[in-house]
Write a protein that binds this ligand. Sequence first.
Ligand code: ADP
Length: 250
Amino acid sequence: MTLKVTGLVRQYPGALEATLKGLSFELNKGLLTAVLGKSGAGKSTLLRCVVGLEPFEEGEVEIDGVVVTGTKASSPAERRKKVQAAHEKLGLVMQSFELFPHLSVLENCVLAPMKVKGLSREAAEARAAGHLKQLGLEAKLKVFPDQLSGGQKQRVAIARALSMEPSVLLYDEPTSALDPTMKQEVLQTLHRVDAGQVTQVVVTHDLQLARGMEHVCVLDHGVVIESGPPAKVLNAPEHESTRMLLASWS
Ligand code: ADP
């Protein structure tokens, strides 16, 4: 299991009820998964809790063997240590890509491996060039982000995340900042990454994108109401809320 979330509870200060209400799911290594749900279901909150941007009160997040527990079960110092250890196994691709505009594509990808992981320039460049080639960007190593299309910028952001060799790579709405005609390209990119080593979790409200994944988890009111292969969950949903969600998108 690369990512296992167990009984996650997140209640915002002052809120009358919890946003995440004992949410659980587990994903095997290498699985390409969409997390779906209507607006307000708790997708972004889940993402922020998994990446450690936000605390949760109860439950556990286990990332490639590192277990982060809720604030009720661990001291702030313990949590900080675990969140840091979990960080080393996680990558996040933001909607806005967050590339460094003053650095070339290659420099964007070598900076963190050199500064954070202590790789030599030679090793970092070799690793980055491999990921950039895997994503079809071998001709763009020396160009700057503003010379790239949206889809290319996204692929650089993915290559940059991969250059830190994460076990789990999370994407926040990867089609939202791109032209709708790019959906197929995004899907192809996700499959190009998927070499069985990286577990990819894609938070999306894009049904077309979800159909092209290997697994989907449907969130509703802060819990996972169903999960499985898209052919099953999206074509023959068991839960009424999933049927309503699909109807609202079609
Ligand atoms: P989704 O990403 O599925 O649209 P969110 O996780 O953004 O859902 O939000 C789920 C619920 O949590 C919403 O009711 C929202 O109002 C609440 N919420 C999200 N972020 C905050 C916050 N920072 N403070 C208080 N409530 C929040």
